[in-house]
Design a protein around this ligand. Structure first.
Ligand code: MN
Length: 291
């Protein structure tokens, strides 16, 4: 199933070019009182939400996909976890283009096992119906297309053999990045610099997440084109690695790293990202830099 959020927190099932509005399925989520949990409630209750959505689907109002504004499929992730240097060819390009890895000045190795994972601020998250608003016109602002795995159940110290049991689904992420010397959590946490969408695809539709064609083009020109089989740490290993350091909660988002070909975008560009069996989207870079 392909589950989307659209038009100010409506819930949809995507079928072909249509969105079935199953918003009433959100009623299965138990009411909450302050303080709210720091994980995503829809993902925590995803099984029940999907069950209700399935029963609503035959009589649900239908909208054209192209006519709705898609929001991030996870509204309230507890954390946005990111893998650095997780494709060998990207490591190689970072070695020759020092501007790509300046945030790690002083590091002698180029190995994810030495670098660890990093976090982007949740306030950077947008869906594909929004625009990426660039900052810092004097800096290089790059796209990084990445497979996204969304955690479905709380887990800690997971073995990689068990890891996929904790995945709620997959999506496509753009880890937008300002190049420079500052820490990554700073340069990659600009408002709108975490694009996730177009929807959440359940694992049964994706199959092996480590064998998916992945690409991004800018204004029709292909920039990155690879396959998730080339990840250094595959999805299972990333979950094992992350949960070795912190508990993972429903709705935690893992961006699994980007292949080679990262490059700059400028105001007005249109990025087209695509991952096999997950989906595709266009997202626009706003015409002006953020004021
Ligand atoms: Mn990245």
């Amino acid at each position: 199933m392909r589950l989307c959020r659209f038009d100010s927190n409506r819930l949809g099932l995507v079928e072909g070019g249509e969105v079935l509005d199953v918003t009433p399925a959100l009623e299965v989520i138990p009411p909450q009182r302050y303080p709210l949990p720091t994980h995503d409630l829809l993902i925590e209750h995803l099984d029940r939400v999907l069950e209700r959505a399935r029963s609503l689907a035959p009589s649900a109002p239908r909208r054209q996909l192209a006519a709705v504004r898609l929001e991030a499929p996870v509204a309230n992730p507890g954390k946005i976890i990111n893998a650095p240097i997780n494709y060998q060819a990207h490591i190689d390009e970072a070695k020759t283009d020092k501007t790509l890895a300046q945030g790690a000045t002083g590091k002698q190795t180029m190995n994810i096992g030495d670098w660890g994972l990093f976090l982007k601020a949740n306030s950077a998250l947008i869906g594909v119906g929004a625009e990426v608003k660039l900052r810092k016109p004097d800096r290089r602002n790059d796209h990084e297309v990445e497979l996204v795995a969304v955690i479905g159940k709380t887990c800690n110290r997971v073995r990689k053999e068990d890891a996929l049991k904790y995945v709620a689904g997959y999506s496509i992420g753009l880890d937008m990045t300002i190049r420079g010397t500052e820490d990554r959590s700073f340069r990659k946490s600009v408002d709108t610099y975490a694009v996730v969408g177009p929807w959440l695809v359940t694992p049964d539709e994706v199959g092996d997440p480590n064998d998916l064609a992945i690409s991004i083009s800018v204004n029709g020109e292909v920039r990155q084109k690879s396959n998730t089989s080339r990840m250094v740490y595959n999805v299972q290993r990333l979950i094992e690695y992350a949960s070795e350091w912190y508990t993972l909660h429903p709705g935690d988002i893992i961006l699994t790293g980007t292949p080679e070909g990262v490059g700059p975008v400028k105001p007005g560009d249109v990025m087209h990202a695509e991952i096999e069996r997950v989906g595709a989207f266009d997202v626009r870079v706003a015409a002006e830099y953020a004021g």
